[in-house]
Unconditional design. Structure first.
Lengths: 380, 380
């Protein structure tokens, strides 16, 4: 049976790798693509994968693309309305949400309401709206298949297990390029240093998030929702080479771990072919030559963004949205060289302290909280 | 529902730990016990667990026991006939085969024919008669639940997975007390040195087998049968602290591992409560303080018993029986200080070279091969 897939965020790192996976699997087909503004790449994707529909977020770029692909059958749409159309209107059974930012929430909900499974690569969706998404998935009988390597690892470890027998989740973290450094040393960090990730090749935003461990914090909050555990059942452990992608400890003391080379195509393919596994070209782990896997306790004082994530996740309501929006804002400021490296987490902390949290926010309240956080930070 | 269990080999290391697990689980009950000659311990077990039937291999000891437990309702039997009765005649749904040696084969087959699941802790059964046991399990619709920590680990990793998608099994080995030593150094090994195992507390025979890595070789042959893979899909890796109990590599490159503290009660309980997991008192792994997991390639030249096991397993037929019987004989000789440490594996090699292998042996032929191997070795 042909597996039909919509890829929202098709020109980003996860999006392009998703399309590589589709290329390698003859029974997978793309029905819709969505991108921000990179219409050159999107046009190549249209010609290769022949989707029925594409969305370009930027309206002007969408007009340009329409002209350049007028020899094809593709329908070109734009903006949030177009994105919702891409999420819902085609025959896709699974929607890969590889969009960056809270822009991902509405299309995810729309796709779920249309009965589609979600291959989730958009962190913000569960971080800010987990209390809406998880009950909705249950109500609609759709699957949330994690694409992130850590969550996919936990998902793989839970395969065939009873989640009620989970005692703890061990979320692994590489520790990023600044592992082992102290707060004073991080004061001097330059943009160029922060953009070097030791193991994974990713976009600039997530590379910075990985260096501050804010990314791991977001993953902790995501894991809480995905696997229905208490946030304090999730323990982060540094594992510098990213060989163990994450682990589950069961109540009998058994720990099940998923390991692999750092290749995002594995969790992507797993989400798309689940519950089946398939051959995937690429390097394999060789334990005869690997030598060792090392572990460290995270330094919560230096990387206090991780500590803030636990606080936000524990409090819930609108606070994870503030955590995430403040980080987005601060990273943008840092990437534009307007604030220092340590000010990223300081900004998050200030925003969280300033915010009056509300419980059980609607999507509108979540998006309003996002905007309010940006406004507040502008005046700090 | 009450889970009824027969424990064959109840006074040994696995047997006593099985009874500890039964004690901790209110819905488990022992219906039959069998032991070799330790009637003092067996009597205490009778009084605590109140089985309907016990077997003592040694007939004279069985008579003694009959007298001392005449105030109870237990039926005391003896010899192979008694052992078969213990395997079959009670209401047990699961028979734990924790007997040492090829004596385990017949009761295992008898229990399977009676429709009982096997919690397999007797290595020799699959090593020598895997070609009989595995098809029989399928025919009778009974489960073979591994109790060995490595095989249990693989079994746990395969939970919910399709075994046809297995690419490789990584069987971990501690490397024993002589890891890193060379052949010349092993010439001088004394009995006392060989009896010290770094991680697991086990009986003398298996401790020696672990030091020569013959034990790992037996496990490789067992794994081939248990998991239906080719012997060359099984790769042994040294992992000195025995934290990873074994791993499965799937065809997509994902590796799933089971980790834990070295506590045999975990695989025992897992086999008895499968597919459920249950709380088990005991130490837990703490990755914050663990520091590292190290790996090494096995030294097949020094520990050439492991190489011989691959040869025996690859050839099949009666050769694994010769491998196992020669090892049993040689270890006994070593424990009695009649041969040197290195002569253990040399004896196995000689016996294998001397033997004319036959394919698809019956149980009778397997047991005859065992005796012939002993005879041959007497005259070396």
């Amino acid at each position: 049976m042909m597996k039909k897939i919509a890829v929202l965020g098709s020109t980003g790192s996860i999006g392009t790798q998703t399309l590589e996976v589709v290329s390698n699997n003859q029974d997978m087909k793309v029905t819709a693509l969505a991108a921000g503004s990179n219409i050159e790449l999107l046009e190549r994707q249209i010609r290769e994968f022949k989707p029925a529909l594409v969305c370009v977020w930027d309206e002007k770029k969408a007009m340009e693309l329409k002209v350049s692909v007028k020899d094809t059958d593709v329908k070109v749409v734009s903006g949030m309305e177009g994105l919702l159309e891409a999420a819902v209107e085609t025959e896709a059974q699974t929607v890969v949400t590889a969009l960056v930012g809270m822009i991902g929430i509405r299309p995810t909900i729309a796709a779920m309401n249309a009965g589609k499974d979600i291959a989730l690569a958009n962190k913000e969706t569960l971080v800010t709206a987990g209390h809406i998404i998880i009950p909705l998935a249950r109500e609609k009988g759709v699957r949330i298949l994690p694409v992130d390597s850590e969550h996919s690892a936990i998902f793989q470890c839970l395969n065939g297990e009873n989640t009620r027998q989970v005692h703890k989740l061990w979320l692994t973290a590489s520790g990023g390029p600044f592992r082992g450094r102290k707060r004073e040393e991080l004061e001097k960090v330059q943009l160029e240093d922060a953009l070097k990730h030791p193991n994974w090749s990713m976009g600039p935003k997530i590379t910075i998030d990985s260096s501050t461990m804010v990314n791991k914090g977001l993953e902790v909050i995501e894991a809480k929702w995905l696997f229905g555990v208490d946030i304090d059942q999730i323990q982060v452990v540094i594992q510098p080479k990213s060989i163990i992608h994450s682990m589950v400890e069961f109540e009998d003391g058994a720990v099940v771990a998923q390991l692999g080379t750092p290749d995002m195509k594995l969790p992507i393919q797993y989400a798309l072919s689940y519950p089946e596994r398939r051959f995937l070209p690429g390097d394999r782990l060789d334990f005869w030559t690997l030598k060792e896997i090392a572990f460290e306790k995270p330094d919560f004082d230096t990387f206090f963004g991780l500590k803030l994530a636990y606080e936000a996740g524990r409090a819930g309501g609108t606070l994870p949205t503030v955590f995430n929006a403040a980080n987005e804002y601060a990273v943008r400021e840092f990437l534009n060289r307007r604030i220092s490296y340590m000010e990223i987490t300081e900004m998050i902390q200030k925003a969280m302290e300033h915010h009056k949290a509300a419980a059980d926010p609607t999507v509108e309240e979540i998006l309003r909280t996002e905007q309010e956080t940006y406004e507040v930070l502008k005046h700090f």
